[in-house]
Every structure is written in C-alpha cells, then in structure tokens.
Design a protein around this ligand. Sequence first.
Ligand code: ZN
Length: 446
Amino acid sequence: MKKTLLSVALALLLALNGFAAGFDSHFKNSTLRLDFVLAGDASHQDVYLQEICRTGQWAGRRGHLDSLLLEGNAQVFVRSLEGQLLYAQSFSTLFQEWLTTEEAARVAKAFECPVLIPEPRSKVKVELRLNNHHRCKAAALEFVLDPEDVLIRKVADGGMPCKTLMDGGALDSHYDIVIVAEGYTDAEQEKFFADAFRLNSFLFSHNPFAQHASRFNVRALFAPSGDSGPSEPAKGIWKNTATATNYDTFYMERYLTTSSLRKVHDVLGTVPFEQIILLVNTERYGGGGIFNNITLSTADHPFAPVVFVHEFGHSFAGLGDEYDYGEDGLEDPTYPAGVEPWEPNITTLTDFASKWEDMLPAGVQIPTEPGALMKNYDLRRIWNTLTDKQKHEINTKLGVYQGAGYRTSGVYRPVQECRMRINECEEFCPVCSRAIVRMIEFCTTK
Ligand SMILES: [Zn+2]
C-alpha cells in the first residue's frame, strides 16, 4: 500500500514537471558514445561493442524518449534493469546498405557504428538491433551499461574553430546540426566557413525547413586536412583528410562516404550535435545521406546545393529515394514485395493506410497514371522549359505513381517529381514536407 501511494505521488510529480522531469530522473545532461562494430555478410550479421566514450552535453531530444517516429533499419533501446524503456532512437547504417551488394555474398566485412545515448544515472540495459529488408530482426547485442565503469573514455574538447551559423536557442529544445570540414587544408579555413554558410542558407531557403528555421541550431566545425579534397580510389588518388572520405563506395563512382565514423566522432569531440554533415571540398558530383547517421555533401559542384538538400532529406527525415533505376533496378532487394517500407514517402501498397492515403483526394486511381505532359517526356530534360504552374502541378498533384525505391514497378511515390526524385525539381512534395515537419516537431517538442 505504501509503495502504491509512493508510486502515485511520483507519477503526479513527473506529470507536474512534464517531460523534463522524465529525462532528468533517468539521465544526466551528458552524452555517452557507444562505439559498435557491425560485422558479417549477406547471410549472417553480428553486433559487437568496441568502446564507450563520454563526450559533451546531451543535444538529443528530451521528449518522446520512449518512442520512435520512424523505424529505420536499426534501433538502440535503453531500458531500466527492470525492463522499462527509457530511451529509443532509430537510424540506418552503411553496413546494411553494403549487405545488398554483390560483394556481401562472397566476403564478410566489419563497419564502425558510433551511437549516442544520454548518460543514464544508474545501470541500464542497452540493446542495439539491426533489421533486415523484411523489417525483421537480423542481429542484436544486449548488455548492461554501468555509467560508473572506469573504462568509459573521456573525450576531450578538440579545440577546433567552430562558428555558429544559426542560433535557434537552447540545446534541449532545438535541433542541433554540425557541419564538419572535410578535405580543407589550414589555408582553406575561410573557404570552408563560406561554403558551409552558403549551403546551409540554401537548405534553409527550402520549405518546410525555412518555415521552421527557428527550431534549429547549426554550427560549422573546421577540422584541418593535410591534403585538399577527398580520396578518389578509381583514379588512384588517396588523400590525407580529417574524416577519410572517398568516392567509389561499393564501387559506385558517385557514392561519397567515409568508413571511418569513429574518426568523424573523434573530430567532433565534445561539440553537441544530433546530425552530422560532412562538407567535402571538391568540385566533383557526389554525396550520401543515411538516416540519423551522416550526410555527405560536396562544396563546389553546380548541383552541390540541391544534392545537399536531397541527402539531408534522407538523414534528417528518413525520406526514401523516389527514383528508380529503370529496368536495371528491377532486382534491387531494398524494398521487397509484401513489405511496407518504413520510409514515409514510398509505399509497396502493403500498408498504404500508414502512408499518404489520408492526403489523397477522393477518386484518385491507384496506381495513378501521369498526366499527358508528364507521361511523354523525361522531365529532367525539359524541366527548364516548364512554366511555374506546370512545375507546381507536377510536384503537388498527389497520387500513387509507380516507380520509386530503385524499382520501376512494385514501389510507388506520391507525386510525379519531387526533390527526392530528381535534382531539377526545386521543392519537396506534400508528403515529404509533412514527414519533415513531423520529424521537426518530434525532435524539438518536449
Ligand atoms: Zn517527395
């Protein structure tokens, strides 16, 4: 009886204090970085814990701690020893993308995977879980984390030049982005800050980011590289850079990533962040964006600003690619039939009610036939000849259009053209826009 009364009193206390009390009762205002290693091949995967580090203040969300807005391909769960879920976060990984490649059928590899959690006040159970493309558990690691463990490595402030590009407000109620220099030498420091300012301004000129700009903090961190520009393996060019980025990831010439995520996090030191953007000093086309993991953008290609926005759509809002690879993409295994993707802007119609069904006007045919104008042309080629009214219609007329998620059939998108489909289209479609707003609210509302 006494225990029940105490529980009621505690619940009331937490209710009166809102979510902040929920956070503070279980967590400190500091961050633990769990350095996992994900290893295996197409048929079998494992998760290992390599090291735990203590970094800076907690910049992640303080509300909705025990829920996920999107499933992602992987999740971290922090539970009390009694099993109460205290914190969850979802994300995707380069390792899981690699599993779909031909190489993964013949060799096992290991990938670095740092994951941030708020530092618990007492011992907790941590679970790192990887899903397969059928959204089923493929691998997991569970362990008890003791915040008093003397081997938790304390990360020092790197002391690198850091400028605030946008100052929305306090860490605990705003979304924190950090743009990190990659492939900029000491002599190119001012170029980096100018590039970061230019590309960030372009991102926040896009709705819905523009309308919600006051919810964000953006910092730019200069990490000097010994050499200028990233590595280009297919050309035999290897550079000594701050975060070891390279083109030709998975032998795809335009895919620019880094396999040294621990190096990235070491460069960041104690800088508070929720989303990392590596700004790569090159004129070459390329980039990459992985949900709640990392964004890579180039600085100087003519398409760099729009690719930057597209890739950030992946990494911030978990948006899927609305393009297909033509006939070549028919066998792409990423989105199998009969499995509804967790990405909010594509569907296999397995569970369309969970997607944009509520936004569709009555009587829309499924699948939706493109209008005459849209049907007969490669819109990328004629985009500049279209009127603003035509572009707007192509970008906003909702339907269920076949061709998305790298497949010409079986995966559907919400509009004919969107920022998540072609570089030429200036705007996110209404479904992508709603997904972005939902993520902003999820991350910044206590
Ligand atoms: Zn879209």
